[in-house]
Each structure stands twice: as C-alpha cells, then as structure tokens.
Ligand binder design. Structure first.
Ligand code: UDP
Ligand code: MG
Length: 345
C-alpha cells in the first residue's frame, strides 16, 4: 500500500490548555504531515474557561485539517474523548493528551503496527519516572486489584494513548454506558491487540487536572463497572461470620456448663458490635456504590452536549445526529453554520 492511502484521526480532549495547544501542534503536525496527507486533529473543548478555543480557532486558519468540537460544559476527559472518537472520520484514530505526555514520535510506530494487522495498538509506558510515587504505587495496586476482580483484564501501564482501527471505533460507539471507564471498555472490545513501548515525559505546560480524589473515584468507577465481585463477596463474609458466631456460641455454652458463669463480657460485646456494625455499613456502602451507578445509568442522560462545531463536514454531523440520538445532544444552529462550507466564524 502507498504510505498515504489512509486517513488518520488524532483526538485531543482539552480543558484550559491555551498554553499547551501551540506546543502540541508544533510537535504533532510535522509528524502527521510526514505520515499522510489525509489526517485530521479533532480537538474537544471540554468546557474550557480560558482562551483554548480561541487558540485552536486561530490555528485552524493555517491548518484546515483541525476540527473543534466544543462541549456545553466540563464533562470530564472520558466523555470528551468519547465525543471526539464519535466524530473522528479516520480509518484509524489515536487519542492523545495535549500536554505532550503522549509523545508524537510514537505515532509512526503505532501506525506501522496497525498496518501490520493489529486493530488496537497500545502505547505502553516503559517507565513512570515523572509520576509521583503516590500515583505510581496507587496505579500499580489498582491494576493488580482490577485484574483480580474483573473478568476482562486490562493491560498495565497503558493509558488512553493508542491506535484504534475503524472497526474498533464502530464497536465502541455501541457502548452506551454513562460511566466511561475507557481502559476497561477498550479491553472489553477484544480484537487483535499489539503494543509499542515508550517513555512518558513531563507535562509540557500547564498543570495536571487529575487529583487524588479524582483518581480514587476513577478507580471505583473502573472496578464497579467491570466487576460485581464486591457485591457478591458479602454472602461469603456473612456466612463466615455466622459460622464463627455459632462456634463462639457453642464455646460459651460449654464454657458455662463446665466453669459456671464468669465475667460480664463487656469487652467481647463491644468488640463484636463494632466489628459487625462496621462490616454491615461497609457492605451497605458498597451496595450504595452500585446503586448510585444504576441510578445514573437509568436516567439515560446524554453522554455529552455539543455547543458548537468548527471544521466538520455537514454530512457527517447529519449522519451522527441519527446514530448518536440516544447518546449525545448535537445543536441545530451549528448544523446550519456548518452548512456554509463546513466553516463557522
Ligand atoms: N482534560 C479534559 N477534561 C478534564 C480534564 C482533563 O479534557 O476535565 C484533558 C486535558 O486537557 C489533557 C488530558 O485531558 O489534554 C489529560 O489531562 P491531564 O494532563 O490533566 O491528566 P494526567 O496526564 O495528569 O493524567
Ligand atoms: Mg497529563
């Protein structure tokens, strides 16, 4: 095959990244231009409050292969990425962070593996030297726990940076859940999976928006959406506690028969009450984690709401309006504007 006869989409969720966008484009555009004339970069503005959209619009003046999808508010990186993937038109798509932590030099290697026949090509971190110890250790534990609980293992040290073939994108679009634990979703897809190793560098500009609580909730989301083990384990815990209770009851009966009544046993009761109370609250809390997610899913709200399109083909938006009617809200006004030659502003 000629090196140029494929379309490659790079999908970039951005939130308050006006400093990082120019650096990103300066690094990525040369790589893409070398690779294929028919590429596109789909930016998803995830409710930025700074000049991110303006910076991207300005860049669009010199590079028409940039597209911008603006969401109506901050929906979070996972939803933003989902939106971008929905609107990627390439034969393959690569999600990337704008902070250059996903190095553009890896793109040609991903493409090479894809051309060799893999449907998903992971970019796997060789090391995590730039992450804090806390993040590194917690990530390690998370992967271990997740893979023990879930039926579908996820590869460790793999982020969203990867290449996906068109058939993977089409399959992904059929996953309607509101809770977008992308790493797990990708793993659930199957397909032929290859990988490329890389070193993860520091953020180029701005600062990371993932804080501890975010990561914690992220981990909870991941586990609850891919395993029912935390729910089921309580029957066994209950059975074990009941068994211990019977044994202890038997022991007390025998003890009383042999030695007669002894101490009032305040300590025993206090410990039993608090341990059992704690176990019960814990199990109720875990049911709550699942129930709240069922609640969210049953509301069936859109995954994201688009405020504006720039640089997209009118026919594509029209087609997506039908396909995504149950997943997303697309504006009508932008449709008219896109009508005027796929340009607005
Ligand atoms: N991001 C986003 N929405 C958010 C938070 C982050 O679209 O609510 C984007 C951000 O602009 C960047 C990418 O997601 O392109 C990764 O974010 P970040 O570098 O803050 O995360 P980390 O690398 O620390 O995991
Ligand atoms: Mg980052």
């Amino acid at each position: 095959m000629e090196p140029s006869d494929f379309v490659l989409s790079v999908v970039v969720p951005v939130r308050d990244e006006e400093d990082a966008v120019p650096l990103f484009l300066a690094a990525v555009l040369p790589v893409l231009r070398d690779l294929t004339p028919s590429f596109e970069i789909v930016f998803v503005d995830d409710g930025s409050t700074d000049g991110t959209a303006r910076v991207i619009e300005a860049a669009r003046a010199t590079e028409p292969r940039l597209r911008l999808l603006s969401l109506s508010r901050n929906f979070g990186k996972e939803a933003a990425l989902t939106a971008g993937l929905h609107f990627a038109t390439g034969d393959a798509a690569i999600p990337m962070d704008v902070d250059l932590q996903d190095p553009p030099e890896v793109i040609p290697e991903l493409v090479e593996q894809w051309r060799a026949g893999f449907d998903i090509v992971y970019a796997r971190r060789r090391s995590r030297p730039t992450d804090t110890t806390l993040k590194r250790v917690s990530a390690g534990h998370f992967y271990a726990l997740f893979n023990r609980l879930s039926d579908i293992p996820i590869p460790s040290n793999v982020g969203d940076f990867r290449l996906m073939d068109r058939r993977v994108l089409d399959a992904l679009q059929q996953f309607p859940e509101r809770n977008r634990f992308m790493k797990g979703l990708f793993a659930a897809l199957g397909f032929r999976q290859g990988e490329v190793l890389y070193d993860r560098p520091e953020r180029s500009a701005g600062k990371s928006k993932f804080r501890f609580w975010r990561l914690w909730n992220f981990a909870l989301d991941g586990i609850t959406s891919f395993s029912s083990m935390p729910l089921r384990v309580w029957s066994y815990v209950g059975a074990a506690v009941a068994l211990l209770g019977f044994l202890y009851g038997g022991f007390i009966v025998v003890h009383t028969l042999v030695y007669g009544r002894d101490t009032p046993g305040f300590a025993t009761i206090a410990v039993l009450v608090s341990v059992l109370g704690g176990l019960q609250l814990l199990s109720i809390g875990i049911i709550g984690e699942y129930a709240s997610r069922i609640f969210v899913e049953t509301k069936n709200r859109p995954l994201y709401i688009v405020r504006d399109f720039a640089g997209f083909d009118r026919a594509l938006i029209e087609e997506k309006r039908g396909e995504l009617s149950r997943l997303a809200v697309l504006p009508r006004r932008a449709l008219r504007r896109a009508d005027q030659g796929g340009e607005d502003r």
